[in-house]
Design a protein around this ligand. Structure first.
Ligand code: HEM
Length: 506
């Protein structure tokens, strides 16, 4: 029907599909990056595809990112795109269930809670959780027994557990950490099962997973309300956590955050940080296990910066993180080619006019993206673009430490939508909306968890490197796009062996 339907020249080109309502859902769902790169070949950086009845206009590359992530509030809305997915999970009155300026204030409050003082205090707590895992997790029995043989652990499961344990021990608070050994874990599981692409596509279906999600949201909310109430009554103290910080915040109109808002912000933070961080730590360890020479450099760096004369390591400190360049480059590079979020949606709330040149460089007119469409940014496409990065698909942390290898066009300039010249070269990769490197997004919806994620990832990585040798059999796994997050496919087994103690300096 597309062949005979008259094409409206003011609209961006539409991706060919056979089944009208389904559209390109299957090819997009199976491998969104392949889908984006294939469509870019045919249509350029701007095209529309049909996704289960929705019209979604994709804008790729730094200019596309700029257009969507830097889009005007009057034109693109994250709330309209996501609230049916997030509100049943996070709860009412927070994030996308409130006016944008209220959410922006909530983000500011969370930023206060992620103070330097708190982040510094988290590092030893994360090490403690790592040590507990080595003592209690069956996968690390060989480690505990001091065996010199190789053993193994499943990356995603182990890192998933370690992420939730460390996030709850630090940011979430000790009551949440204690609850993880009890009923909290089940509530979290049920809530998590309601946070999937199916929930995004179908706001409500009469299925047990939807009922369980709603029940878990209520129970989880009550659980946090109990903590907040208990804290207010002086029943328990706290150590540098987010609940304590949010309880002290007052909005512009002089009103403190309500207990329910605090509870729901805490759930939002739990859900926003869990899979993004655990996917990143899993991919980083998988890549390191597959690249022994990089892993050795990482270990040498730990010895150089933290090694003690008696062969032990001193505690990592916050200020060390910026000196651990190899470690930083490994995390950065993992976030470049395994960015956890492959698609960022917004709903178009008033028509957007876009230069046709975004799609076909020789054209000079304007396309209109009509109200009611969705727009989609995929920062991962620019992050893996061979026109921007040398050996774009290779995991090569050295590109971040060795000036010459960063970008194919290092030093060249690129003109963004505002007509500004942006430098692609090393050191100039900005946090702006037109940057070719945006694993944490950009613009008003940019991630606020980045500083926490870096502390968590760096500490977990340091703990593994100091304690274990790693290796991988069969190469780095392919990517699984079934969930909302970019995950390694099964099997993702990492082999480890306890490191022998370093010799004390003579
Ligand atoms: C937003 C990535 C960890 C909380 C975002 C966005 C991205 C992102 C791409 C932008 C979404 C959009 O524009 O719609 C990541 C990655 C992480 C990570 C790669 C770890 C490696 C965390 C953590 C937290 C968190 C640990 C909480 C402690 C948030 C929040 C937003 C956000 C609250 C704001 C959403 C908005 O304004 O609409 N993150 N994130 N993230 N992230 Fe993260």
């Amino acid at each position: 029907y597309q062949l005979f339907w008259p094409k409206d020249p003011s609209l961006p080109p539409v991706v060919f599909h056979y089944v009208p309502w389904l559209g390109s859902a299957v090819s997009y769902g199976m491998d969104p990056y392949k889908f984006y790169f294939d469509c870019r070949e045919k249509h350029g950086d701007l095209f529309t595809f049909i996704l289960i009845g929705r019209k979604v206009t994709v804008a790729l590359g730094p200019k596309g990112n700029d257009m969507i992530l830097g889009g005007k509030l009057s034109q693109v809305s994250a709330e309209e795109a996501y609230t049916h997915l997030t509100t049943p999970v996070f709860g009412k009155d927070v994030v996308y269930d409130c006016p944008n300026h209220v959410f922006m204030e909530q983000k500011k409050f969370v930023k206060f809670g992620l103070s330097l003082e708190n982040l510094k205090a988290y590092i030893p707590m994360i090490f403690e959780e790592f040590d507990t895992m080595l003592k209690t997790d069956d996968s690390f029995k060989a480690f505990k027994d001091g065996s010199k043989e190789w053993s193994s652990f499943p990356a995603l499961k182990t890192l998933g557990e370690l992420t939730i344990l460390t996030a709850s021990r630090t940011l979430q608070g000790k009551e949440v950490r204690a609850g993880l050994d009890k009923s909290f874990a089940q509530k979290y599981e049920n809530l998590d099962r309601g946070f999937t692409p199916i929930n995004f596509l179908f706001p409500y279906l009469p299925l047990p997973s939807y009922w369980k999600r709603d029940q878990a949201q209520k129970e989880m909310s009550d659980f946090y309300l109990g903590i907040i109430e208990g804290r207010r009554n002086g029943e328990s103290d706290h150590e540098h956590d987010m609940i304590a910080s949010l309880q002290n915040q007052t909005s512009k109109d002089g009103r403190p955050l309500s207990d329910r808002e605090i509870a729901h912000i805490m759930i939002a933070l739990l859900m926003a940080g869990q899979h993004t961080s655990s996917a990143t730590s899993s991919w980083t360890l998988l890549e390191l296990a597959a690249n022994p020479e990089v892993y050795q450099r990482l270990y040498d760096e730990q010895v150089a910066v933290l090694g003690q004369p008696d062969g032990s390591f001193r505690m990592l400190e916050y200020d060390d993180i910026k000196n651990l360049k190899v470690m930083d480059s490994c995390i950065r590079e993992t976030l470049r080619i395994h960015a956890p979020i492959h698609s960022i949606f917004r709903k178009v709330i008033s028509d957007i006019s876009v230069p046709q040149a975004l799609s076909a460089p020789s054209e000079s007119g304007q396309y209109v993206i009509p109200k009611g469409y969705y727009v989609l940014a995929s920062p991962g496409v620019a992050q893996m673009d061979a026109r921007i990065w040398e050996n774009a698909s290779k995991w090569d942390p050295a590109r971040w430490t060795d000036k010459s290898g960063v970008a194919a066009k290092a030093g060249e300039q690129y003109e963004n939508n505002a007509g500004d010249k942006v430098d692609y070269g090393f050191g100039a990769i900005s946090k702006g909306t037109e940057s070719p490197y945006q694993p944490f997004g950009a613009g008003r919806h940019r991630c606020i968890g980045e500083s926490f994620a870096y502390v968590q990832l760096s500490t977990i990585l340091a703990a593994f490197v100091q304690n274990m040798e790693l290796k991988l059999e069969g190469g780095v796994p392919a990517t699984d796009y079934e969930s909302m997050i970019v995950l390694p496919k099964h099997p993702h087994t990492i082999h480890y062996r306890k490191r022998q103690p370093r010799k004390a300096a003579a």
